[in-house]
Design a protein around this ligand. Structure first.
Ligand code: ZN
Length: 413
């Protein structure tokens, strides 16, 4: 069986003991200087005249001298080499693409910690990490946000997600340190065909309706969009005032908006997972979230954020019930007739209306798309050589399998 490694980033605030803040600050400043030295050396070119983009080459040239000069922890030096080579590589990529590229410079207050330079202690009530710094390891408690459902925090608490390396960030605005931890989970890559009962819940995302399911549940985006517009309007006029107190108000409003948005997305995600449980679904299918904002008319940056956040919430909550979450290629999901399969641009008659030119099926466009999202996943599963399973799509009134056979629900709809 194949395995895929899923990666996420968990963010958590750290409580740094007062008497160690200087050590950490010195470590951060030195890390940045060291990364810069590696990058400068790489940019000077190798004997062959090319920018150095090989970690081992760069390390062999500068590492020993850097260690002697700075005494920076060896694993942090490795982190600095990695950061420098990554930046050199992307500079070379840009040059190859004919774009402007200059010598990489590091100004952000960050430190790259590999798994030798950081340890995590997340099993007991006390959750913390230890970080390599000047003056020995620092013990830093995790400060979780009050929202207990925060997915970022849950990744760290979890038994299935394993914390790996991390990037330490210093926030110049609030003077606090934040840790961005890469967490990983191995998941067996079972084709849908191997699932015993592969009922799929399809979800269509949008601006007018934030989410619509193949079982016919609509989560309106109206309140969201209205509140968002109102917020943007007030923020705009406060920005024009431009005083310090206006900026403070903007910040407070921003925090309140974030909490409110998160809360709404939480409730929608709970609803979606509940929907999947009710219909005995093994998988929840979304369209691919990459570039979703560019594909979607009327979507703002906020929507891109909200869709990703919603997906994270659903993925996390669904996993607790053994339900998987997948993304499928969104091509033609809005133009295909979910009844007869005819795909025509003209089928989509307006933002909300779908009417099939071939079979005359009239239905809400988002509901039609949600069914197509689920069907896409079913079809991809049917290519599995294992086969034989009863893969089907959850509908308001029953289930539909990949070959188009309909079974009414047991309960009266
Ligand atoms: Zn049709």
């Amino acid at each position: 069986m194949w395995h895929v490694t899923l990666k996420r980033t968990a963010c958590v605030k750290l409580a740094i003991p007062d008497d160690r803040r200087d050590d950490l600050k010195r470590t951060m400043l030195t890390f940045r200087r060291v990364a810069q030295r590696f990058a400068d050396r790489g940019w000077e070119r190798d004997e062959d005249g090319y920018v150095i983009t090989s970690r081992t080459r760069l390390q062999s040239l500068v590492y020993k001298q850097v260690r002697e000069d700075t005494g920076l922890h060896s694993d942090l030096c490795i982190g600095a080499v990695n950061l420098a080579t990554d930046s050199l590589r992307s500079a070379v990529e840009r040059m190859k693409a004919g774009k402007n590229a200059g010598r990489p410079t590091f100004t952000a207050p960050t430190v790259e910690y590999n798994t030798n330079a950081i340890s995590y202690f997340t099993n007991g009530d006390d959750q913390y990490c230890t970080l390599a710094t000047y003056g020995g390891r620092i013990r830093a408690e995790f400060v979780y946000p009050p929202d207990e459902d925060c997915p970022q925090a849950q990744y760290l608490n979890s038994d299935v997600w394993e914390p790996k390396g991390a990037t330490l960030h210093y926030d110049r605005d609030d003077g606090e340190y934040y840790l961005h931890v890469t967490v990983e989970r191995d998941e067996p890559e079972t084709e849908l065909g191997e699932a015993e009962n592969g009922t799929v819940l399809g979800v269509d995302l949008g601006v007018e309706n934030i989410a619509v399911t193949s079982t016919g549940t609509f989560y309106s985006g109206g309140l969201f969009n209205h509140r968002r517009d109102e917020y943007e309007r007030i923020r705009g006029s406060l920005q024009q005032i431009g005083t310090e107190s206006a900026h403070r108000t903007i910040e407070q409003m921003g925090n309140r908006e974030r909490r409110w948005n998160n809360d709404v997305l939480h409730r929608i995600s709970k609803g979606l997972v509940q929907e999947a449980i009710t219909h005995d679904c093994s998988t929840i299918a979304f369209e691919d979230l990459t570039d979703i904002r560019e594909r979607m008319p009327g979507a703002k940056k906020f929507h891109g954020w909200a869709f990703r956040r919603l997906y994270e919430y659903v993925e996390y909550k669904a996993a607790e019930f053994g339900i998987r979450t997948k993304q499928v290629d969104p091509a033609y999901t809005s133009q295909r007739c979910s009844k007869c399969g005819t795909t025509l641009r003209e089928n989509r008659t307006s933002q909300a209306d779908f009417c099939c030119l071939k079979c005359g099926y009239e239905v809400h466009a988002d509901y039609n798309a949600a069914k197509n999202v689920a069907t896409k996943l079913l079809r991809s599963g049917q290519k599995s050589p294992v086969g034989g399973a009863t893969n089907q799509l959850a509908l308001k009134s029953g289930t539909l399998n990949g070959s188009g056979d309909f079974s009414p629900a047991n309960a009266e709809a």
